[in-house]
Design a binder for this molecule. Structure first.
Ligand code: ATP
Length: 364
């Protein structure tokens, strides 16, 4: 079992003069075997949360509960959790085999033979049998991270805690390891909390994503939910790459209106917004904007200046300015658009998101 609950975890640093609230009243239930991604901008409290779960930091208040038992007061080694760090954190003077066996020797009374068997099993799973007699200095970054993962697996923990484990690897290796880690997590079926700031890892690896900002939980849900139904403007802008475009709009005669464009709203949207005494921000993702022939003749179509064309191989991004705000539009990779061209665009009403301009909450 590995059902983990964070119950109102708050972690403050500092003294009476200055206090930093790194984690602010975090309340999350993680199911046994779940793969949860913790994501958010630098300094939002991801690592501190993970370190509180591991027991490397003591929360200022709140409880970490594993399978119904509070473990907040337990030492890290007594929590049955294994942590994998970004910088591998292997002992440099030990071989891979010794690194993997070390934790078991310290925390269990397994015999040498049993430890050897467990190390071999984990080494086979990670495909690192050939590395067992090597020391970290004789291995590549990717190999060291495999050993670090092997060291976590060997302990057969109830929870894996991973702090940006792939971010020191080059892009290609990161892609391979991403899929491998996902497969491994599914095979082992061990509850995993995985910290990252990488969009692709967040969107593809986990069962659910928890998005943090300033220590506070902004939303928790499947990647699809967070992408298509962001609960606030922060999540809308953070999830998805390139980011959602935002425009300040006014509501007038059933339309969102700006100096540059207007969007006719359906009756249901009008009804939802009726009576809301607020200023609005309209959001639309670059990939949801119609352009070129798809936009011509569409309700509310208008023209923009193409400022920059960025071909990325499988897709091309157009950068422009709409209503005084920089905007990104995804277009077909075969486009022959150039900087200086004019492009017809349209915002399909069904794809727009609406937020309260002050609070940032999603309104539809
Ligand atoms: P990053 O993605 O940059 O690693 P993060 O989301 O993991 O960031 P944390 O490392 O958890 O963020 O830090 C959250 C906040 O707590 C930051 O403002 C950080 O400066 C502060 N903080 C973290 N550890 C300490 C500490 N030991 N003492 C004082 N402040 C700390």
């Amino acid at each position: 079992m590995g059902q983990l609950s964070l119950e109102n975890i708050t972690k403050e640093f500092g003294d009476d003069n200055e206090t930093i609230v790194a984690v602010d009243d975090l309340d999350i239930d993680i199911a046994d075997g779940e793969f949860l991604i913790l994501v958010g901008p630098s300094g939002c409290g991801k690592s501190t949360t993970l370190r509180c779960i591991a027991g490397l930091e003591q929360p200022t208040s709140g409880d970490i509960v594993l399978d119904g038992t509070p473990v907040t007061e337990r030492k890290p080694k007594d929590r049955n959790m294994a942590m994998v760090f970004q910088n591998y954190a292997l002992y440099p003077h030990m071989t891979a085999r010794e690194n993997m066996a070390f934790g078991l020797r310290m925390t269990t009374d397994l015999s040498n033979d049993e430890i050897d068997d467990r190390v071999m099993e984990a080494a086979t799973l990670m495909g690192i049998e050939d590395l067992l007699e090597k020391k970290p200095g004789e291995m590549s970054g990717g190999q060291q991270q495999r050993v670090a993962l092997g060291r976590a697996i060997v302990r057969d923990p109830e929870v894996f805690l991973m702090d940006e484990p792939l971010s020191n690897l080059d892009a290609k290796l990161r892609t391979t390891m991403r899929t491998e880690l996902q497969d491994l997590q599914q095979d082992l079926d061990v509850t995993t909390i995985y910290v990252t700031h990488d969009q692709t890892e967040a969107m593809t690896m986990g069962d659910r994503i928890a998005i943090l900002n300033d220590g506070e939980l902004q939303q928790i849900g499947t990647p699809e939910e967070c992408y298509s139904e962001p609960e606030n403007k922060f999540v809308a802008g953070f999830i998805g790459s390139p980011s959602m475009n935002f425009f300040d709009v006014s509501l007038s005669d059933g339309r969102f209106v700006t100096d540059d464009f207007s969007v006719s709203l359906s009756e249901s949207v009008r009804n939802e917004l009726a009576g809301i005494d607020s200023e609005f921000v309209m959001g639309i993702r670059p990939e949801e904007i119609l352009s070129g022939e798809d936009a011509v003749g569409h309700e509310g179509a208008f023209e923009v200046d193409v400022n920059v064309v960025e071909p990325l191989g499988d897709i091309t991004y157009i950068y422009t300015e709409i209503n005084g705000t920089e905007a990104t539009i995804s277009v077909d990779r075969n486009t022959d658009l150039e900087a200086g061209d004019r492009l017809t665009v349209a915002f399909p009403e069904s794809e727009i998101h609406v937020f309260d301009r002050t609070a940032g909450d999603a309104l539809i």
